[in-house]
Write a protein that binds this ligand. Structure first.
Ligand SMILES: NC(=O)c1ccc[n+]([C@@H]2O[C@H](COP(=O)([O-])OP(=O)(O)OC[C@H]3O[C@@H](n4cnc5c(N)ncnc54)[C@H](OP(=O)(O)O)[C@@H]3O)[C@@H](O)[C@H]2O)c1
Length: 326
């Protein structure tokens, strides 16, 4: 296959709304010695991309966010953390992949996935795509799944424990509900009424409608509360946690990061790790049909700004997917 010298990439020209994203031409990256060059078939626009584009940081973290990603505009203007595609070139030291392999790659905070070609070190989280997954299903495997795995590991969730998953229809929450159930926990999902059946299909034992029920107004019910929405905080969830309980402030701001353990209960917050073994674990589970990354809507690459707008709605179910290859 001939690799062109230029490619289309979605460029975030400045912080702001979805209209800040436009397709421009950029050079195709040349793979370094430990890198594979992937032709992108499908990518996602996720909540991380939308937050960065809008400079929409969790409470108290806007300055930190600017320092991390660019003071006046994004330092890396090509967003996108995950792709499914085909290897079209490899560096001389690459051992794990060959030209022609279909792969799922998660450069994560390294970004650059909203482009027709992406060069990624083979040491990053990359796996061969399970054959039973479409490229659309494969592209959304990593962002929500690795975040859920990270926080479940930090919480040390045990079989038989009771977990409340707030926002069980989102990318992280739908992964959290499935994985917690897979690990043998009893799962109560918090969703809107419209997403109740979806949560049950993901393995939730019970569903609570957030519009009609104050689910924190209970005493000592949950071992773990996974808040993927930022609906509450550690303090507000203390009463609902059992002794030894853990609150996962996945969407949380500086308050959850600085919160101290209280009454034998503890808050867990911060950035999720991006580990190759977590992506391998998720791909293996998906290959066995025991885990699925939900696809919300599929957009064309030319429509990627509309994909950003869909994420901004905060109503998506699972991942918003963008088909890059024609
Ligand atoms: N700490 C980390 O390293 C890390 C990593 C990844 C993501 N995150 C953060 O985690 C959060 C979730 O990300 P995501 O990609 O999963 O979000 P998402 O997919 O955009 O979440 C959308 C879902 O949230 C549901 N929702 C909205 N308000 C709700 C409420 N009050 N109660 C229950 N459900 C509600 C919506 O369902 P309805 O339409 O039914 O309301 C929708 O299905 C984001 O804030 C993101 O920045 C953090």
């Amino acid at each position: 296959m001939t690799i062109p010298t230029t490619m289309k990439a979605a460029i975030v020209t400045a912080y702001g709304g979805a209209q800040m994203v436009e397709i421009q031409s950029r050079p195709v990256p040349a793979p370094r010695e430990d890198e594979i060059l992937i032709k992108t078939i499908v990518t996602t626009v996720n909540s991380g991309d939308a937050r960065m584009r809008a400079l929409d940081a969790p409470a108290g973290m806007k300055t930190l966010m600017r320092l991390a990603i660019g003071i006046t505009r994004p330092r890396q203007p090509i967003f996108g953390t995950e792709i499914a595609g085909t290897v079209v070139a490899i560096g001389p030291k690459v051992a794990r992949f060959a030209i022609g392999d279909d792969v799922i790659a998660f450069p994560g905070t390294g970004l650059r996935c909203h482009a027709e070609y992406v060069a990624v070190s083979e040491r990053k989280p990359i796996v061969k795509k399970p054959q039973n997954l479409s490229f659309e299903e494969a592209a959304g495997l990593c962002f929500g799944g690795t975040t859920a795995l990270h926080f479940l590991r930090k919480a040390d969730l045990k079989p038989g424990e009771h977990i409340l998953v707030i926002g069980a229809s989102g990318a992280v929450g739908s992964a959290m509900a499935q994985l917690a159930s897979h690990f043998g926990a009893s799962v109560t999902a918090v969703t809107s009424a419209a997403n109740a059946d979806l949560a049950l299909s993901l393995g939730a034992d019970t569903v609570i409608d957030y519009a009609t029920t104050d689910y924190t107004a209970v005493s000592s019910v949950y071992d773990v509360i996974a808040d993927t929405v930022g609906a509450f905080d550690f303090q507000r969830c203390l009463k609902a946690l059992k002794p030894g309980g853990r609150y996962l402030g996945i969407a949380g701001g500086i308050g959850d990061m600085l919160a101290r353990p209280k009454d034998g209960k503890r808050p867990i917050a911060g950035m999720a790790a991006e580990r190759p073994e977590d992506v391998a674990f998720l791909a293996d589970l998906a290959a066995k049909g025991e885990y699925r990354a939900l696809v919300d809507q599929v957009f064309s690459f030319a429509d990627i700004a509309r994909a950003h707008a869909r994420v901004d709605s905060k109503r998506k179910r699972g991942s918003v997917v963008v088909r890059v290859a024609e």
